[in-house]
Design a protein around this ligand. Sequence first.
Ligand SMILES: [Zn+2]
Length: 286
Amino acid sequence: MDQSRIAASAAARSSSRVRTLVLASACLAAALTVVASPAGAATRGAPWDGGYGYVSPIEQRFADIATLLSNRAARAYCNSAEQWRALGMDDDVVGFVPASASSTASFMQVSPFACSYGDRFLAHPQRSGQKTCARTQVEARRRAVTVRRLLRIHGRVVRRLVTVWRKVRVRVIAQCGDYLNTIISIETIAHEAMHLYGFQDEAKAECLGMQLSTVVAYRLGADPAFAYEIGKDYVPYYVAKRADLPEYWSADCRDGGRLDLWRDQAGWPTPLFSSLDGVRVPSPGG
Ligand SMILES: [Zn+2]
C-alpha cells in the first residue's frame, strides 16, 4: 500500500513539476473526436483501478509496447477521469509524456479515453465488433411481397395474387460507432512511445506514431490483416490534422518522405512485412 502511495505521489510530483511543458506538448486529439466512454461497461475492473501502484492488464500491455518501440524500459499509467483532472488535463488531451528541455520521463500518462478504448480492444481485438458492427433496423427501403387479396373487378369479387410493399427489419453490417475513437486510442500509444523515444516535436511523434499504429494494434492482439487495416484507416484522420491541428501535421509525413520510417520500402503508413513480430523502430528519419 505504501508502495502505491509512493508511486502515486512520485508520479504526481513529477507531473506537476513539468506542468507547463506538458501543457505545451500535450497530445491532442483533433477537434472532431467525440470524447466518450465506450458503450457497454466491462465486467472486469477499470483500466485505472488500483491507482498508479497497481499495473492493470492494459497498463502492462501499453508498457510492453512502449518499451519495444522506445528502446527503453517504459511504464504506462491509466487515469480515471478524476486523476486526469488532477493532472491538469482536460478531455481534449489523450495522453502525454512529461518532459523538460533536457530529459524525458520514462512513463506515459494515458487518458481515461485511450485507456478505455485500448482496454476494450485488448479484450476483443477482432475486426468484427471493433470495425464492423451488426445491427437490426427497420429499413426505409421497402421490399415487394406477393400476397393473396380479394379484389372487385368488373363488379365481381375475385381472389388475386398482388404485389405490395412492406417495410422490413433487416440486419445491416456497418462501421462501428466507436471505431474512430478506438484507432485514435491505438495510435496514441505509438505517439506517446515516440515521445518516450526522445522526440518531443508533436508533428514528428504523430507521423511516426501513425506508421507504428499497425504494430500497436498487432501487439494488442489484432491479426496482421486487421492491424494493417487500422494503420491505413488512421491516414484520413491524420490528413485532416493539416486543417484541424496543424502542429501535429507535416508535409514530410508521406510514403518516401523525410519522416517515413521505412523510406526504402513501399507501403504506407506501414510497409507489408512478412511478419510484424520483429518490427522495431529503425533509426527514425529527419
Ligand atoms: Zn504528443
